[in-house]
Design a protein around this ligand. Structure first.
Ligand code: NAG
Ligand code: NAG
Ligand code: NAG
Ligand code: NAG
Ligand code: NAG
Length: 276
């Protein structure tokens, strides 16, 4: 009898894919204040990497054909990263060139109560790549590397692409934390969000998750940090051009504006799929 029940249960299981989801851990998100602290701590590594990248000479052909060379470099590295588990469920790290982790499916046996992370199918990486190639790379205008190379060696593709890859991964991770931001916001207003999600009202969700006071705070903090980084570089005697501070300030402003916009988009897309 018990065996028969097991067999019946097995037969009624919808698919292996859903089985895999049942095995996924229950991940509970931190509170909004803690997440904002984490986001604030990610600001320095991002601006630091941007500073290093701006100080390297750039060969524009690396980014031609919609960033073909950069994407090929990323793919080689992401294959190794994927094998290490870097993009596994709950890591909040999403690859640029490989298929993303499969979304969760909510069932009565595998419920996703408020505050439990629910993987959706949206990745903001396509937007981040477009922003990087179209907006940020044109600001990397340095013809020589203002770095501590004794021989003033002009261009090293590997050093440049490694910094691109690091910066892109930091931006992607920072932006996809939007998924857990969205979960805390959902948990704080289940009734309000449920109505909007059922109506698939993306505009209404966007209004509810947007906080322009918080956005201004993030932008001004990033601006202060960029000034501190360029000051420190100049004071330490780095052979940077006169435009360095202004260039870093401009790039940082564009970068954090994009981060806010793409994070908001990631929040909205997450919530649209939250009840699936
Ligand atoms: C490297 O560049 C700096 C600044 O232009 C210059 O002072 C220095 O002599 C150069 N070093 C070599 C080895 O060319
Ligand atoms: C909850 O969401 C609704 C929109 O559906 C909104 O009108 C209400 O102000 C929200 N409540 C809070 C406390 O944010
Ligand atoms: C918006 O963000 C500010 C600054 O973080 C915070 O003080 C305020 O409570 C937030 N407003 C809402 C409606 O959540
Ligand atoms: C930074 O942006 C300002 C305002 O758009 C512009 O005047 C300035 O030339 C820019 N700096 C650099 C180094 O491009
Ligand atoms: C992301 O990219 C899509 C497609 O190009 C575009 O419609 C959308 O506005 C972008 N979103 C953001 C936040 O940049």
């Amino acid at each position: 009898m018990q065996l028969l029940e097991l067999v019946c249960a097995a037969i009624t299981l919808p698919s292996l894919a859903v089985l895999a989801h049942v095995d996924r851990p229950t991940l509970t998100v931190p509170g909004l204040v803690q997440i904002r602290d984490i986001l604030a701590q990610l600001e320095a590594p991002i601006i630091s990497t941007l500073t290093e990248r701006i100080n390297l000479a750039t060969d524009p052909t690396l980014y031609s054909n919609n960033g073909k060379g950069l994407l090929r470099f990323l793919e080689q590295h992401e294959v190794i990263s994927a094998a290490s588990g870097r993009y596994d469920y709950g890591k909040l790290e999403y690859p640029f060139t490989l298929p993303p982790v499969a979304p969760d499916v909510s069932t009565s046996r595998n419920a996703f109560p408020p505050s439990r992370f629910h993987q959706d199918s949206f990745s903001g990486n396509e937007n981040i790549t477009a922003f990087y190639l179209n907006t940020l790379v044109p600001l990397f205008t340095s013809k020589s590397s203002f770095y501590y190379h004794l021989d003033n060696s002009t261009i090293n593709h590997d050093a440049v692409l490694n910094l691109d890859a690091t910066l892109l991964a930091l931006l992607s991770h920072r932006a996809h934390i939007g998924k857990i931001v969205a979960e805390t916001k959902y948990a704080s207003n289940v009734t309000g969000f449920t109505d909007l999600i059922k109506a698939q009202d993306a505009a209404g969700i966007r209004v509810l998750v947007t906080n322009t006071t918080q956005e201004s705070g993030v932008l001004s903090q990033a601006s202060t940090a960029a000034a501190a980084f360029s000051d420190a570089w100049s004071k330490s005697g780095a052979l940077v051009p006169g435009s360095f501070a202004s260039n870093l300030q401009n790039a940082t402003a564009k970068l954090f504006r994009e981060l806010i916009d793409i994070t908001t988009e990631i929040e909205v897309q997450y919530l649209l799929q939250r009840l699936r």
